[in-house]
Design a protein around this ligand. Sequence first.
Ligand code: CTP
Length: 403
Amino acid sequence: MVINLTDKIQTGLKREVRIALEACSKAADLFGFKIYLVGGIVRDLFLEKEIFDVDVIIEGNAIDFCHKMADKKLCKIIQVQEELKTAKVLFGEKIEIDFASTRQEFYPRRGHLPVVARIGCTLEEDVYRRDFTINSLAVALNKENYGNVIDYTGGLADLKNKVLKILHDNSFNEDPSRIIRGLKFACRFNLHRDEHTKELQEKYQNTQLHKDISWSRMKSEIKQTFSLNSARVFDMFLANGVEKLFYAEKPDVKGLEIKTLVDKHQPDYPWLVYLGCVLKDPEIIEAFCFTRQEQKIFDDRDALLNGNLSMLNSNYDIYKFFQKKSFEAILIYYLLSKRKEPLIYIEKLSQIRVELTGNDLKEMGIPEGREIGMMLDEILKKKLSGSIVNRDDEINFVKNQTK
Ligand code: CTP
């Protein structure tokens, strides 16, 4: 039976997007192209989820099609990628739609980025290069079959039955970042892996590991996945043994502990708090090519984990131990060490400031140079210990010291 999604297109897409797609549909009929919605948008329309990206696929050359539409002033082409024959197109003032050409890919080296084997293949051939059956659905947009779901892989039944299934046995070998994508989809849509997918994933995690893969893809997927800030994602990550992908041991942390901490303290990089609880292997950390700020989180975490804790005898010691460390690193350290000092620092000590400035001290007669720094440090020590509290206390303390 043919399933038709016209109603869901009507209710699930913004009016401007529908108008743009109707224009594409007419143009495709006029110029003789087969046109489809494909991938995540079809899955999300079916599940009645909010749609963020509109991906259209042309059986043939999408750039040719977009040029023909632009010649008719239906849209403006804003970006073209000749190698993949993809185009980004603007309809009206603000509706952007991505157009791809049907293509077949092959992986010259396992775990590395795919290379295009052929552009302009059939939709069916294109669909089989994809990751999961639920992402392999298409919806026809030509007039004769507008709204019809094209399902070569059983994706619709899998969506209904909440099953996550890869399309071929080599899928994880070719692109292990799909393991992380699977986790993301399983949590987002409440899916369970079919037995075969589970076996292949476990097999990859246990026996097919290789460090020489495209870690940039992995980084992008892990960022999206842990940015969901979901306790369930993290628990599932560990329950499925996904830490093995990162050559890591299971940490003694639960997703809910991380989520509670992230919700309370709102770090700039929540995803790195999750990842930082797992990722330890220096080679892989390097392979992730983190930005300088991201890398500092891992460096600071390691410095904290290797720090000498017997020295933490006073609030001042705790303050100095954590002072220049990135916030995320301190949160990770708390989660991994289960010590109380990181929270004492975050919740109490880090908010304590010396109110007097170097200039104030100069005006009070302290000579310029080292002495000012030492006096500010003495004031800080007193404030951290609680023996002085406000600016007046600070002034009195300085006066007493210089009497
Ligand atoms: N895809 C794939 N393998 C990958 C990444 C993507 O096969 N490693 C395919 C999937 O068919 C996917 C499509 O490319 O549907 C588009 O990828 P992407 O935009 O990352 O995924 P979406 O399914 O749109 O998911 P999201 O909602 O997270 O954007």
